[in-house]
Design a protein. Structure first.
Length: 355
């Protein structure tokens, strides 16, 4: 069986690694990794392949940036001939980025089976581009792997036949568990004993100049209470430069961190402030308090079970919860079921049974 893995953006790579590794152990499976090139900076892409031991992708479509329509269309146009040439039996797509939906569309029209890793997550917020990508990818996928039971409920409500859906757990956690021991060596020099770690890149938080200015001002205020480390996504960096905001306070602005460096930062952080999906999950697993600057989450178990709290678009609430954590009042959390490092093995078992 010839299996293609399609990845394109940073949050795909740590999901690909354990699945790729688990399928290597299944006899009769030949694998190829196709990188769409949605993310192309060294520290948004190559460094992850190096650290996660995936090896360079066999094919890179080199699509780069663009509007959503341009990027999605470009991926489809460049990916279709690759599928026609190599004739995969199954294409595995990951998460909710534009590369995910573009590849699923191409394959479903060519009648190539699609497996979706991280299926069923819903924020119920269609202003979020990722929500559109999730809905469409799950409608098109033939095999759907969910990380948590809420995913199964969402898919059932959307009419996806239960026999297509497999609750396997969270592949991101497979990677966290595998990489955690080696991450300690990647702690950046001069790391303060206590610090808050910030990441922010969603259009809803960084595209509106007024909102972004308020956000940076709030973080600047808070940086007088604890050091703030902020590895900056290219999208955010561009906006912050445009507004001339990066001289602010005691915030330590950093380049995007590698996988191992960021894992070490998360593990040692007093708290994390983010709008990322994956970081809500990783902090829950690590037991680190997380304040999410969003009104909703497609990862509700991180709130109901884990250490995550949604502070919405409310800076006063952010400050209150931040201070509560600094004074020892952090929410306690637990690890959700099946976040045990074996999700990719369960995926491999299901795929082997379809050969
Ligand atoms: C994408 C995903 C988002 C994910 C995020 C993680 C979609 C719709 N969004 O958002 O779900 O959480 O990746 O990072 O797929 N850029 C660079 N270098 C790069 C990549 C991007 O400079 O290697 C800049 C470009 O100016 C680009 C902008 O970042 O226009 C945004 O990149 P894009 O891939 O469109 O979306 P992300 O915001 O990264």
């Amino acid at each position: 069986m010839r299996v293609f893995h399609i990845v394109g953006a940073r949050p795909n790579f740590m999901k690909l690694a354990p699945v790729h590794r688990a399928l290597k152990r299944v006899p009769g499976i030949e694998q190829m990794v196709v990188h769409t090139g949605q993310h192309y900076d060294f520290n948004m892409s190559d460094v992850f392949f190096q650290e996660l031991g995936i090896g360079a992708p066999e094919i890179n479509l080199g699509v780069g940036s663009g509007s959503h329509a341009q990027q999605t269309a470009e991926i489809m146009t460049r990916f279709e001939p690759v599928v026609l040439e190599h004739k995969p039996d199954l294409v595995v797509v990951y998460g909710d980025v534009n590369s995910t939906v573009a590849a699923a569309l191409v394959c479903s029209k060519l009648q190539v089976r699609v497996a979706h890793v991280e299926a069923g997550l819903r924020s119920f917020d269609r202003a979020m581009p990722e929500e559109i990508n999730r809905l469409i990818t799950d409608q098109l996928a033939d095999i759907l792997f969910t990380p948590s039971a809420d995913g199964n409920e969402n898919l059932e409500r959307e009419g996806i036949p239960a026999e297509r859906v497999h609750l396997v757990g969270n592949v991101m956690i497979d990677t966290v568990l595998q990489m955690l021991p080696s991450s300690e060596k990647h702690i950046p020099p001069g790391l303060p004993a206590k610090f808050a770690l910030v990441t922010m890149h969603r259009p809803s938080n960084v595209d509106d100049p007024e909102w972004l200015s308020c956000l940076v001002k709030t973080l600047t205020d808070l940086s007088s209470e604890i050091d703030i480390l902020f590895p900056v996504h290219p999208r955010t960096r561009e906006r912050i430069h445009q507004l001339g905001l990066n001289g602010a306070g005691k915030i330590r602005w950093m380049d995007p961190a590698s996988y191992l460096a960021f894992l070490a930062l998360q593990k040692n952080a007093t708290l994390v402030i983010t709008d990322s999906g994956g970081i809500q999950e990783e902090t829950t697993f690590l037991g680190v308090p997380c304040l999410t600057m969003r009104e909703n989450t497609e990862r509700p178990v991180t709130v109901t079970v884990g250490t995550n709290q949604l502070v919405g678009r409310d800076f006063a609430r952010l400050k209150t919860e931040f201070r509560k954590i600094l004074t020892g009042g952090a929410k306690k959390g637990a690890r959700p079921p099946l976040w045990d490092g074996k999700a990719a093995d369960r995926i491999a078992q299901v795929l082997a049974s379809t050969m």
